[in-house]
Write a protein that binds this ligand. Structure first.
Ligand code: GDP
Length: 361
């Protein structure tokens, strides 16, 4: 618990963006396969459309860094959205859906900024989403001896390879820091950042070797927590609020919605209210579905299990009639019958507010 009077902080939602081929998928795979050898730490939980990394795992993987950053982490973990790419992010935001509390912008340290890197930054700016930069493919710097472990400790080891260190500093500056400066952001390697509210943290990583992943996880967890503590009303309370990630046809279920729930609690038997360009759609939830663990799967086609209740932040598959007109990126609520009208008003307002913000910029 974060405070005696306030409910526990929810899992912050993390999204990965960046130019094609700079390593978003590889980085997500690395994060998803983060393992600790001790059994009690608990593994990654697979959600619909997202993976949850418990704080126990982050603390164990990043244990050498906890002292350095004096991180006092009370979030339950982080929820990383599995679909990388800025297109999903743009379409989600265009319809006013909240998607991420914090983002990881992936930049190939050898290639530097590309059109989609700049596009991604513009979206993050517009959404006021805080972000860190993962300067990826560190292992490709010539002479750099990349390891599967913290960057901060390996950096000191490179003193034996002065040429590699020089090349690293040049590429970091020319390909990452200077372009960020040009766009109006102060930025530096996280270990040199004094004020995280003013300077973007750059975390050198290699999705290939695993270098820097502990550093990335601890920085993300620390920043997300700071940010969530400042945002009021983002503790888990009231009805569920979320965003449609995808519409999927499932055998035996028909059209289903994969959604990320960022606030509140939903119960099976509640009603779903979704904002669409043509108006608001209301339907009765048939089932709230979670993925089955591999060992629970008697039949490979039988992939989901119903939940009586789900709590933010989480990914969920929703089965309900009349979902044909729903589109990805729409805001949604899951409410009791008496709350349908107020949820409809809230969604209409949310879409209008966002359109106004877009027009302003
Ligand atoms: P995405 O398009 O941003 O999702 O990029 P991918 O994750 O598909 O990576 C593009 C290519 O870069 C693939 O061939 C990866 O194997 C390679 N790659 C990704 N990360 C690294 C890295 O850290 N080091 C090296 N050497 N190659 C990488």
């Amino acid at each position: 618990m974060y405070n005696g009077d306030i409910m526990a902080l929810r899992c912050p939602i993390v999204s990965v963006l960046g130019h094609v081929d700079h390593g978003k998928t590889s980085l997500l795979d690395r994060i998803r396969t983060t393992r600790v050898t001790t059994r009690e730490a608990g593994g990654i939980t697979q959600h619909i459309g997202a993976s949850e990394i418990p704080i126990g795992t982050i603390k164990k993987v990043s244990k050498d860094l906890l002292n350095i950053f004096k991180a006092d982490l009370s979030i339950p973990g982080i929820l990383v959205i599995d679909t990388p790419g800025h297109e999903a992010f743009t379409s989600l935001r265009k319809r006013g859906g909240a998607l991420a509390d914090i983002a990881i912008l992936v930049v190939d340290i050898n290639e530097g900024f590309k059109p989609q890197t700049i596009e991604a930054i513009n979206i993050l700016k517009q959404c006021k989403t805080p972000f860190v930069v993962a300067a990826n493919k560190l292992d490709k710097i010539s002479g750099w001896n990349s390891i599967n472990g913290p960057f901060i400790t390996n950096f000191n080891e490179q003193k034996q390879h002065p040429n590699a260190l020089t090349e690293f500093e040049i590429k970091l500056y020319e390909n990452v820091i200077a372009p960020l400066n040009e766009l109006g952001f102060e930025a530096d390697v996280f270990s040199r950042v004094k004020d995280t509210t003013k300077t973007i943290n750059v975390i050198p990583v290699s999705a290939m070797t695993g270098e820097g992943i502990p550093d990335l996880l601890i920085i993300i967890a620390g920043l997300a927590q700071k940010f969530l503590e400042q945002k009021l009303g983002l503790n888990v309370e009231g009805y569920a609020k979320g965003t449609v990630l995808e519409i999927k046809e499932e055998k035996g279920l028909g059209k289903t919605i994969d959604a990320i729930i960022y606030d509140g609690i939903a119960k099976a038997g509640d009603y779903i209210v979704i904002g669409n360009p043509d108006g608001v759609i209301t339907s009765k939830v048939k089932a709230l579905l979670k993925p089955k663990a591999l060992d629970e799967m008697m039949d490979p086609r039988d992939k989901f299990k119903p939940s009586k209740q789900i709590v933010a932040a989480t990914g969920v598959k929703i089965s309900a009639p009349d979902l044909d007109m729903v589109i990805a990126g729409s805001p949604l609520r899951i409410v009791s019958k008496s709350e349908i009208e107020s949820a409809k008003e809230e969604i209409v307002q949310e879409i209008e507010d966002f359109e106004i913000t877009l027009d302003d910029e």
